[in-house]
Design a protein around this ligand. Structure first.
Ligand SMILES: Nc1nc2c(c(=O)[nH]1)N[C@H]1C(S)=C(S)[C@@H](COP(=O)(O)OP(=O)(O)OC[C@H]3O[C@@H](n4cnc5c(N)ncnc54)[C@H](O)[C@@H]3O)O[C@H]1N2
Ligand code: MOO
Length: 525
């Protein structure tokens, strides 16, 4: 897989130079150019469940210890250890039960010599007691043999009184969870940079945090292009195919941690595509298109975003009066571009799938470039003048890879929203997502860009041919250190892609892999 910080060969500033399109870029150069222009999103304070899958941008310290008080780890009886010393089945110790202590109990009885309090798991250890005897080590207050469980208080309230016979000793501290044994007051429990999963969110909740400061999940708008495309679930007219890329790419973006929106396929018409992209920018931290980037007469993405580019969306924003792409857009300036409300960005005029639950929050500053401040920002609206937004510009390149040779990358709209234009062949689009879009999403999230594991594997079958000078990504299945190619190199072979769990990387300098040779493998699951 590509190194994390490859060198970009050039500064992408002004319009693409003539002749630039004829240059062949390496995979690493293209990735470096993308990562150089994608910054982590500004942190926000989010409710815990909205923060799932997000990266923390603060150290979280515990205001309360865990556990917050000494408590029982068993249902049983809170006792004084010295009162049950030497207890056995033949010689039980009989104690007077002074009451019940349920989890959540506040007022606690004091356990004095010769007494016990019936106690439930998690309930506070009462004063005087220094150990808990599990109910199974007693007669449960029945006067019979060893109990297997307590009787429910609702049907046998007398269990909270009377006497209990204890059959085994419990040294001091037995079955007691001490205050602070998990987390002490003031401990740092989660470090800035932690990816918040279920266990981390549970810990934050346990120490009493209702919200945390994180980088939000990027909003990714996925748009297929092509007049041949019809939605799945509809009949295919002659010559048409179902749009699959927008589904695969939207699913992939969600899998990578983004909030992804799928937009209905746009026909091969540059003006329509530009309008569709412009309309989506209000809710996009990243735009991904598929198709229309090679050398045909109807390659619409290229047509829509090639050319002078500068200020392409100026003055045509969905709110009207959007500033020129050449002018800085002040954070918080209500006239300075899109509203940037996370969750309110339902663009009109194009269908979409339900993007799923949206966090209820808005970006700091609420407009313009606020959502795209540099890494490590405080989250408050920028006080200094923000950097000028880049000119609208999408560069179209040929890469030394197969599949995925034609690619486009640039930044568009008043916020300089990154746009990755992927090739239309389904396998090409998928592989391009893994190599370029996934790292971009991770960079927006504040994560290291490489999210997939790469291993060395033996390829018993070998690879008979691979294009010279191109890095080839073949589909394969990986198990026990071995990988088997699936389906061949054709970038239309979707079944083999769906059967695969790995990408086999054949380097630029290799034109084959001998049977039993070793290869790099990118693990897809
Ligand atoms: N003369 C040349 N032709 C092509 C070249 C080349 O260098 N010279 N490159 C080829 C390569 S490599 C690729 S990859 C494709 C990329 O083409 P585009 O990005 O312009 O994609 P389209 O032409 O729109 O579509 C290609 C192929 O994929 C199908 N497709 C497109 N979108 C979808 C979708 N959403 N769901 C399912 N399938 C889709 C489309 O129908 C075409 O079959 O160009 C080669 N040509
Ligand atoms: O490069 Mo294309 O993506 O080979 O099919």
């Amino acid at each position: 897989m590509a190194p994390a910080t490859p060198e970009a060969p050039q500064e992408s500033r002004g319009p693409q130079e003539p002749g630039e399109e004829s240059r062949v870029w390496s995979v690493d150069e293209h990735l470096a150019d993308i990562l150089r222009q994608v910054s982590p999103l500004e942190p926000l304070e989010l409710q815990l469940l909205d923060a799932q899958g997000c990266v923390l941008t603060e150290d979280v310290t515990a205001a309360v210890a865990l556990p917050p008080f000494d408590n029982s780890s068993m249902d049983g009886y809170a006792v004084r250890a010295e009162d049950v010393e030497g207890a056995s089945a033949e010689s039980p110790r009989t104690l007077t039960v002074i009451g019940d202590i349920a989890a959540g109990s506040g007022g606690l009885p004091t356990v004095g010599p010769g007494t016990a309090a019936r106690i439930m798991t998690g309930a506070p250890l009462p004063p005087g007691a220094d150990a808990v005897v599990p109910v199974e080590w007693t007669d449960g207050g029945t006067g019979g043999g060893p109990a297997t469980a307590m009787r429910a208080h609702s049907t046998a309230p007398e269990g909270a009184t009377g006497e209990v016979r204890v059959h085994r000793p419990a040294p001091a501290g037995s079955h007691v969870r001490r205050r602070g044994c998990d987390v002490a007051d003031g401990d740092t429990v989660l470090r800035s940079g932690t990816l918040l999963g279920p266990a981390q969110l549970g810990l934050a909740a346990a120490i009493g945090r209702g919200s945390v400061r994180v980088r939000p999940r990027p909003r990714v708008v996925v748009m297929s292009t092509g007049s041949e495309l019809v939605p799945p679930g509809t009949e295919l007219p002659p010559g048409r195919i179902h749009d699959s890329n927008s589904f695969a790419l939207t699913a992939a973006a969600r899998d990578a941690g983004a909030l992804a929106y799928r937009v209905t396929a746009v026909a091969d018409d540059a003006a329509s595509l530009r309008a569709a992209v412009e309309e989506q920018l209000i809710r996009a931290d990243l735009v991904v298109t598929s198709g229309g980037v090679s050398v045909g007469a109807y390659d619409v993405v290229k047509e829509a975003f090639s050319g002078p580019g500068r200020g392409a969306f100026s003055g045509e924003g969905p709110e009207g009066g959007a500033p020129s792409g050449e002018e800085p857009v002040a954070a918080g300036d209500p006239g300075g571009g899109r509203g940037d409300g996370r969750g309110d960005g339902a663009a009109t005029g194009v269908e979409e799938t339900d993007p799923g639950a949206e966090p209820s929050h808005t970006r700091p500053g609420g407009a313009g470039t606020a959502g795209r401040s540099a890494a490590g920002g405080s989250g408050s609206p920028a006080s200094a003048a923000p950097p000028p937004p880049p000119a609208d510009r999408v560069d179209f390149r040929r890469l030394a890879m197969q599949p995925g040779k034609p690619q486009g990358f640039g930044r568009v709209g008043p916020d300089g929203t990154p746009l990755l234009a992927l090739p239309g062949n389904p396998v090409s689009a998928f592989v391009s997502f893994e190599l370029f879009v996934r790292p971009a999403i991770r960079a927006l999230m504040g994560l290291p860009p490489q999210g997939r594991g790469t291993v060395r594997a033996v390829c018993p079958e070998g690879v008979t041919s691979s294009p010279a000078g191109k890095r080839q990504y073949l589909r394969g299945r990986f198990a026990d250190g071995r990988v088997t190619p699936l389906g061949g190199p054709g970038s239309h072979l979707m079944k083999a892609l769906a059967d695969a769990d790995a990408l086999i990387v054949v380097p630029e300098e290799a034109t084959s892999v001998p049977p039993g040779g070793e290869v790099d493998v990118i693990l897809l699951r």
